[in-house]
Design a protein around this ligand. Structure first.
Ligand code: PAF
Length: 297
C-alpha cells in the first residue's frame, strides 16, 4: 500500500470536495517532513478521530531565520511517504512553493502576545511565517481537525490564537511530546547531532524533569531555574537561549507555581537548536489554598 502524493492545490481541493460530498470528516497533520515517531503519533491520533487524514509536507521558507538553516533542513520525501503508507494516511500533500506563495503573495499573519518572548524573541519573524503557512494549509485543506505536537508548545498557542481570532472553522488537537528511550524529545533536527552531542542531548530533558519536580515541591523559581541553566551548560550545551516558567493556558511568565505551568527551554548543542518543555504541577498546598490557585477553565 502507498500513500497518494498530491502536489497541486487543484487536486487537493477536488479530492477534499469528493470526501466532503460523502460526509467524511477530514484531519490535517501539518509537517515539514523528515518524519519521525512524533509525527507518526499525530497521524495515528488523526486516524482515530477522522475518516480521512491529509499529511502536509512543506518546508516553509518564511519560518526560517537563516538561509543556511533552511538549506540544511532535512528533505526526505520518499522515506516520509514510505513511513506514512502502513499507517493508512489518505494523502501526502507536498505543494510547491508557488502553491503556497504564488507570484505577488503579500499577506503576513502576525499573532501578537503569545508569539512574543521564548522562541519568538530568538527567531524574529518565525511565528509570522508559521501563522501564515498554517492558515493557508487550514484554508487549502478545509480540514475539520488539525493535529500538533506539544513539543512546539509556543507554536501550539500561536495556532490556537490564530484560529480563534480569524474564526477559522477547525479544531486544534494537541498531542503529547514523543521521546526517545533516553528521554530526548523527538525532532527532525536530532539527525544533525554528532555522536558525542547525541549522548549529551538527553540531559536537557532530564534536567527539565528534575527541575519541574523541584518546582512542584515548592522550590524557589529563580534559584531552581539558575541551577538548571548551569546544569545544562555543564552537560555540554554551548548556550541556553531561554529557560522559563510560563502559565500552561496563557504562556504568561510565572514567579511561583500557583497554577498549572510549563517549563520551557531552548538550548544550542554543537550548533543544533533543541527545544523542549515539561508540565509543572502546582503543589497540593498551592492547589488547596483558594487564594493561590487560579482555576483554569
Ligand atoms: O511544526 C512544524 O513542523 C511547522 O512549524 C509547521 C506547523 C508544519 C508549519 O510549517
Amino acid at each position: 500500500m502507498s500513500v497518494p502524493i498530491v502536489s497541486t492545490l487543484a487536486e487537493l481541493r477536488a479530492t477534499v470536495a469528493a470526501w466532503r460530498s460523502r460526509g467524511l470528516r477530514i484531519a490535517v497533520v501539518p509537517t515539514m517532513g523528515a518524519l519521525h515517531e512524533g509525527h507518526l503519533s499525530l497521524v495515528r491520533a488523526a486516524l482515530a478521530e477522522c475518516d480521512r487524514v491529509v499529511v502536509t509536507l512543506f518546508v516553509n521558507p518564511k519560518q526560517f531565520n537563516s538561509a543556511a538553516d533552511l538549506a540544511a533542513y532535512p528533505r526526505t520525501e520518499r522515506e516520509d511517504a514510505a513511513k506514512l503508507a502502513p499507517l493508512g494516511a489518505h494523502m501526502l500533500y507536498v505543494p510547491g512553493v508557488d502553491e503556497i506563495y504564488p507570484e505577488g503573495f503579500a499577506t503576513t499573519i502576525s499573532v501578537s502576545g503569545v508569539s512574543e518572548g521564548l522562541c519568538g524573541a530568538h527567531r524574529p519573524g518565525h511565528f509570522d511565517g508559521v501563522a501564515t503557512v498554517v492558515a493557508k494549509l487550514f484554508l487549502q485543506t478545509g480540514a475539520d481537525l488539525a493535529f500538533f505536537g506539544e513539543k512546539d508548545f509556543q507554536q501550539l498557542h500561536v495556532v490556537r490564537r490564530l484560529v480563534r481570532d480569524l474564526d477559522i472553522p477547525i479544531g486544534i488537537v494537541a498531542c503529547p511530546t514523543v521521546r526517545e528511550n533516553d528521554g530526548l524529545a523527538m525532532s527532525s533536527r536530532n539527525v544533525r547531532l554528532l555522536a558525542v552531542e547525541r549522548r549529551a542531548a538527553p540531559r536537557l530533558a532530564g534536567i527539565l524533569f528534575e527541575t519541574a519536580e523541584q518546582l512542584s515541591k515548592g522550590a524557589p523559581v529563580g534559584t531552581a531555574l539558575a541551577q538548571a541553566e548551569s546544569a545544562i551548560v555543564a552537560a555540554g550545551f554551548e548556550e541556553v537561549e531561554y529557560l522559563d516558567l510560563r502559565g500552561e493556558d496563557d504562556l504568561a511568565p510565572l514567579t511561583t507555581v500557583d497554577r498549572p505551568a510549563r517549563l520551557l527551554v531552548a538550548a544550542m548543542l554543537g550548533g543544533t537548536r533543541l527545544i523542549d518543555n515539561v508540565k509543572v504541577s502546582p503543589s497540593q498546598a498551592a492547589m488547596s489554598d483558594p487564594t493561590k490557585f487560579k482555576k483554569v477553565a
